[in-house]
Design a binder for this molecule. Sequence first.
Ligand code: ATP
Length: 220
Amino acid sequence: MIRLSKVSKTYQTDKVETLALKDIDLHVEKSEFVCIMGPSGCGKSTLLNLIGLLDRPGSGAIHVAGAPVASYKDKHVAKLRNNTFGFIFQSFHLINDLRVIDNVELPLLYRDLSAKKRQRLAREALEKVGLGARMDHYPNQLSGGQQQRVAIARAIVGQPQVLLADEPTGNLDSKMGQEVMDILLKLNSEGTTVVMVTHDEQEAKLASRIVRVFDGQLVA
Ligand SMILES: Nc1ncnc2c1ncn2[C@@H]1O[C@H](COP(=O)(O)OP(=O)(O)OP(=O)(O)O)[C@@H](O)[C@H]1O
């Protein structure tokens, strides 16, 4: 599904050059649930951003469903990203001035769909995460766990093949965190590939595979 070959990434700022990832070889198969773990600053978010085509590597190759991304123009990469991936972040990144259903609908605005179809898909995504009754609420009227479930609904509304989650339970207490994990596991059992960054060993044990990063490199 996703293949990284000898991928490296360096960040350049005025004074410092940071080698964030070095020679990463990683293959994520369809329908896997992969957890990425490692100490703070080791390169986990950088790795997730490269997998999700939010950033380009300095060197090496990335293939998504066989497509050689390096040779694609930015516009083509954006289309591939929007059609393939759904993103979930630690801080939910919801828009507080929009109703829950309108937040979930947002990724569909880039697709050629009628307003009616967009609303139907958003409703279905919210029902899938158990929030069918909260569609007309605003994000700040919901608990943190519910807000993260809205963010999951937004991530799945376009029916992506792959969900990328960067510490999705990091801001939640253990009960709400478990609810979010249960939803991710259910989506995975239905065929969605999941790649998740976590610091939590208990959560990682639920994954089909743990990938450990140390100092920008994968360790066995
Ligand atoms: N935009 C950037 N500009 C410069 N350096 C960066 C940038 N993003 C990340 N880095 C550096 O790259 C390295 C890897 O960062 P990254 O965020 O991928 O680590 P992480 O493992 O996700 O950390 P954490 O667990 O603390 O979130 C770090 O040394 C970080 O300071």
